[in-house]
Design a protein around this ligand. Structure first.
Ligand code: NZQ
Ligand code: ZN
Length: 392
């Protein structure tokens, strides 16, 4: 097993009624709270009123309207509010977009310069504290130290990371995800699986990490159809919530090297140009085509292991048969959840594929140069264009 460092700096408060702990936990950081949320789902579900009641002794400043695939402009606006009101802690209530934006604001409020400078670079030195109430499973942002922000002016979507950005605590109550619509439930579930896949496909790995990764994927595969078809099923929502929270904690890459986040790299550059594409949907569309493209004598054994252990395909079959069946099953599973599995269904054409492919290669530094640049199967611009064309 390769050497590793492992640290996750977030306390998880999981389960029904955990929100009652909010005032006590938040109060440890001060009284002035920036309440960050999205387009209003938390008002419809009643969560907003619940939070306001619980925080009646706090000075709460609303920062509303954070958009899916959050933009740098929201970070500028949030930073201004933090400085104006001398905010002690940011409370992010929502899914990955709200949490990522809140992380960007938290870092920007302690950054002496334009927040654009720290996107894709290792420049953050600190941030104001952040806490989370999660309402949508999938991104794992509630349990990790990074975020992804779009810069519309340059059509970029860039990662930023810093240890100070681990939420101080995250409240994970599966009941808050009952109202997530079917397609977003499917997208979040796909995203969780693909976080694991983007770290699983590598040529150096450990048994322990493999088994954790396979367990997470099998859990999401087992429960996602239930959550899509029966949104109030607590056990299904709970299993998915915990499984997806773990995916970006690096627990799925311990002892691995050469994992390349290829699917995510392609998807982030795609969304940077096509803002209406939901992240988990984009990842689901790309995945089976990326898999088919990289399947070769070098990679087939790993795909066969994935097929046998995750999809329980007969291990006595020929390894290419197992690998191809595993890829087909992955695609069929995403489709069965109701995900439209073609980019053309989102009116995406090949016009921008060359630019997007160049962006993928240029913004691989998004991962702050910590990963091997080539990864498991090195991809060049021409390869990415071919994969994107397969997705149409
Ligand atoms: O804005 P509101 O009205 O709240 O509606 C949201 C939003 O429109 C809605 N929603 C959330 N909770 C709901 C709900 N609707 C009904 N009931 C609820 N309980 O869901 C919509 C989408 O939310 P969003 O936060 O965009 O989804 P998700 O959690 O999938 O986050 C996607 C973002 O996370 C980034 C993606 O790139 C994308 O920008 N990622 C962040 C990562 C990280 N920080 O580690 C890693 C991921 O790979 C990913 O890149
Ligand atoms: Zn993702």
């Amino acid at each position: 097993m390769e050497n590793f460092e492992f640290y996750v700096g977030t306390k998880i408060l999981f389960g029904k009624g955990q929100i009652e702990n909010l005032p006590g936990k938040l109060g440890q950081y001060g009284k002035r709270v920036l309440l960050a949320y999205g387009g209003g789902s938390i008002k419809k579900t009643g969560l907003y009123d619940k939070i306001k009641n619980l925080l009646s002794d706090f000075e709460v400043y609303d920062f509303a309207g954070i958009e899916p695939n959050p933009k740098i402009q929201s970070i500028y606006a949030g930073k201004d509010m933090c400085l104006k009101h001398n905010i002690d802690i940011i409370l992010a209530v929502g899914g990955g977009s709200v949490i990522d934006c809140a992380k960007g604001i938290a870092a920007a409020a302690r950054y002496d310069g334009d927040a654009r400078e720290f996107l894709g670079k290792d420049k953050i030195t600190g941030s104001i504290p952040l806490a989370v109430i999660l309402t949508l499973s999938g991104s794992s942002s509630e349990f990790d130290f990074g975020g992804v922000i779009s810069v519309p002016e340059t059509n970029e979507k860039l990662v930023f990371e810093h240890e100070s950005l681990y939420p101080k605590f995250s409240i994970l109550d599966p009941e808050y995800t009952f109202t997530v619509p079917k397609l977003l439930t499917a997208a979040g579930s796909a995203d969780a699986i693909i976080h694991v896949l983007d770290q699983y496909f590598t040529d150096v790995y450990s048994m322990m990490t493999d088994r954790i990764s396979e367990g997470i994927m099998q859990t999401v595969i087992r429960y996602a159809p239930t959550a899509v078809n029966n949104p109030d099923d607590y056990e299904a929502r709970a299993e998915i919530m915990w499984a997806s929270a773990l995916t970006n904690t690096h627990i799925c890459s311990i002892g691995n090297i050469n994992y390349a986040w290829s699917i995510h790299s392609i998807e982030h550059s795609l969304t940077a140009h096509y803002d209406s594409l939901t992240h988990g949907v984009g990842c689901a569309i790309i995945t089976p085509h990326w898999m088919r493209y990289v399947l070769s004598d070098k990679t087939v054994d790993r795909f066969a292991q994935y097929g046998i252990r995750v999809w329980e395909i007969d291990k006595n079959l020929d390894k290419y048969t197992i690998a191809n069946q595993a890829i087909d099953k992955t695609e069929a599973f995403f489709k069965s959840l109701g995900i439209p599995m073609k980019l053309s269904e989102y009116n995406i054409t090949s016009d921008k594929f060359e630019t997007i492919a160049e962006d993928v290669l240029n913004t691989r530094d998004d991962y702050l140069g910590k990963l091997d640049r080539d990864g498991w199967v090195p991809l060049g611009v021409k390869d990415v264009i071919k994969i994107l064309n397969m997705c149409l």
